[in-house]
Ligand binder design. Structure first.
Ligand SMILES: [Zn+2]
Length: 251
């Protein structure tokens, strides 16, 4: 079974890339297409899929054809994107005869950057919150446009109003400081050596990558991130709610 190289891990700001269709098949979610390299982010890790189109070629294309030279014909919308068994599966109305063809992948960059912004905001809230109150342990992130939040195990030492004020001030300071956000592929040994956060489990079939905001603790993550906290613009905590030993911070 062919697997997909995860191009989206290398550049959040890349919106198009030529790829080859390796397989067209069906699973319980519908007809999918597998490309040799994907700039589409598959839904996962609390982050939605990228939106975009696949453009099929009318003329000859090789691996060296640039996006600008691509001979465009049919332009079809990708309906959803999932990661299964080492493959990025792009779901849509594909014809099995298109196997082996070259396509131009184009993602909607505005949607990509909106998702990257929400996801990066989740990382910053986690980082700042953990520094304000190390007793809290992050356990879940939800970075969809409707009602994003970061959830922690534990109840904060501070009252919610005081915590909200401190958290918002610290987030503003981090955004003003334009902290660089860097990601790097690492081994498990390097992850431990850097005192990174170690999750209970790692996603199967994906390379191990670590992301670090400024001086904060590195976190393993395969999502798409902005290059600097300055790009977050404004970020406000909307609500802090503790219930049954967990604390949900909505933004
Ligand atoms: Zn991330």
């Amino acid at each position: 079974m062919p697997i997909t190289a995860l191009s989206y891990l290398h550049d959040t700001y890349q919106s198009e890339q030529v790829a080859q269709v390796l397989e067209i098949a069906q699973d319980e979610e519908g007809t999918y297409l597998v490309v040799n390299q994907s700039i589409f982010y598959p839904q996962g890790g609390g982050q939605p899929s990228d939106a975009g189109v696949l453009i099929f070629a009318v003329g000859p294309v090789t691996a060296a054809t640039s996006p600008a030279e691509f001979p465009q014909s049919a332009r079809l919308e990708v309906q959803s994107v999932r990661f299964k068994e080492g493959q990025v599966r792009l779901y849509g109305p594909w014809d099995p005869e298109w196997e082996g063809q070259w396509v131009l992948q184009q993602i909607d960059l505005a949607t990509r950057l909106a998702h990257a912004r929400l996801h990066t905001a989740g990382h910053l809230i986690h980082a700042v919150m953990t520094e304000l109150d190390p007793s809290l342990q992050a356990q879940k992130g939800y970075h969809f446009p409707q009602g994003p939040y970061v959830e922690f195990a534990g109840v904060p030492n501070l009252e919610p109003d005081a915590l909200m004020a401190q958290l918002n001030a610290a987030l503003q300071a981090a955004i003003q400081a334009a902290l660089p956000i860097k990601s790097e592929f690492v081994t498990l040994e390097e992850l431990h050596a850097r005192k990174a956060m170690i999750p209970a489990a790692f996603p199967e079939g994906k390379p191990l990558r670590v992301v670090q905001i400024g001086h904060y603790q590195p976190v393993p993550c395969g999502g798409t991130h902005l290059a600097s906290t300055a790009e977050l613009g404004t970020l406000q905590i909307r609500k802090i709610k503790s219930k049954a030993g967990t604390t949900k911070i909505s933004y």
